[in-house]
Design a protein. Structure first.
Ligand code: PLP
Length: 392
């Protein structure tokens, strides 16, 4: 039985992958036939500093020889060191480590409910088209009903409004509201950066109503948009944020950070997870932060993001089927009026991996430390792909 047969025989069919990857290095992947691909998906914004980053790989290997796990009944070195990095790069808050984006968002939701429990406030206002993960509370927060189909009844206590509609947020706030929760840039929902007025307006509304503002930075966090956390583009601080994906550059790790003023809400016994903040996962996270400093990753992301955006904007103007190009840093969306699958397939055949988002958006999430040559290579493949699709 070859590996594909074993995959379909033994792996539950929740995914439908067609390609088998064997190796990754930097911005490139190789399939089992030895074909090389430029990866503009980065494992869906996980391997932000490239596949098998040497620093991360070494940190994992060294830590694996020393100590893997002891549980949170005991202190270990790497968790507080990584929490310090996150705290100092962000709003100087306090960190809880977990394992995934959905779990980090569950933590945010529990935090908001616990905060509101003595005020009879439990509702969370979320955004239409948002995505917060596949666990039941994260699904209830997610603003795309199709993900919830068949998994009802929905968890109670979530209200949805249109992303960007400040009046709708204002009208949705009631004496039951505990928090507003949003992605600073809608990721799965179509790569839609929020307007500054919207994010600042939500912050103000939350302050006026005395409720929490929470940012899901699972996809946008750890530099994807050119700042360590996307809310930093908007000159505000949330009460809490969730992280995961790129925090371990491939090592599974999630986190949430609360403002210090809220540290009394989640006290011993209220929230926990066996694998949260293991020495191994946090060793990877620490290596990520060191690599960002050493390689000027945020600056590169801003520079390459700007170049990519300008190139794609100009390209979009050439083709009628491109209706919009949007982005922040190296999180870029191209809306097309042709099937997104056709674009992905053609680019893939030429050795470029792209993603979709929403119904009609091509999503680019390249590595943040990619070189001029790598960026140029990817953009030229997109250009060629569009040219060919225009001629069919
Ligand atoms: C904004 C956002 N939140 C949460 C999640 C869920 O993260 P995970 O798949 O690690 O549970 C995702 C995943 O794509 C995401 O993009």
């Amino acid at each position: 039985m070859d590996i594909r047969e074993k995959y379909s025989k033994y792996i539950l069919g929740t995914y439908a992958p067609a390609v088998f990857f064997e190796k990754g290095e930097g911005s490139y992947l190789w399939d089992d036939n030895g074909k090389k691909y430029l990866d503009f998906a980065s494992g869906i914004s996980v391997c932000n500093i490239g596949h098998s980053h040497p620093k991360v790989a070494k940190a994992i290997a060294d830590q694996a020889q020393k100590l893997l796990h002891v549980s949170n009944l005991y202190m270990t070195e790497n968790a507080p060191l990584l929490a310090e990095k996150i705290s100092k790069a962000g709003f100087n808050g306090k960190v809880f480590f977990c394992n995934s984006g959905a779990e980090a968002n569950e933590g945010l939701i529990k935090f908001a409910r616990k905060w509101g429990s003595d005020k009879s406030r439990h509702e969370i206002i979320c955004m239409n088209d948002s995505f917060h993960g596949r666990t039941l509370a994260a699904l209830a927060a997610t603003g795309r009903a199709k993900y919830r189909e068949g998994f009802g009844p929905d968890l109670e206590g979530f209200v949805h409004v249109d992303y960007g509609d400040l009046e709708a947020v204002r009208n949705a706030i009631s004496d039951k509201t505990a928090a507003v929760m949003l992605e600073p840039v809608l990721g799965e929902g179509g790569v839609r950066p929020a307007a500054v007025e919207f994010i600042q307006g939500v912050r103000q509304l939350c302050d006026e109503a005395g409720i929490l503002m929470m940012c899901d930075e699972v996809q946008t966090g750890i530099g994807r948009t050119g700042k360590m956390f996307a809310h930093q583009h908007f000159g505000i601080e949330p009460d809490a944020m969730s992280l995961a994906k790129a925090l371990g550059n491939g090592m599974p790790i999630g986190a949430l950070m609360l403002q210090c003023k809220h540290e009394g809400i989640l006290v011993p016994g209220t929230h926990a997870t066996t694998f949260g903040g293991t020495p191994l996962a946090c060793a990877a996270g620490l290596a990520v932060f060191e690599a960002y400093d050493e390689e000027n990753v945020l600056e590169n992301c801003q520079k390459q993001g700007q170049k990519a955006f300008e190139f794609l904007k100009a390209l979009g103007e050439k083709y009628d089927f491109v209706s919009e190009v949007r982005g922040l840093g190296l999180m870029i969306g191209i809306d097309v009026e042709i099937p997104t699958g056709d674009v992905l397939k053609k680019a893939f055949d030429k050795g470029l991996i792209l993603l979709t988002a929403g119904e009609k958006t091509i999503r680019l999430l390249p590595t943040l430390n990619l070189s001029d040559t790598e960026l140029q290579e990817g953009l030229e493949i997109i250009e060629k792909t569009f040219e060919e699709l225009n001629n069919v």
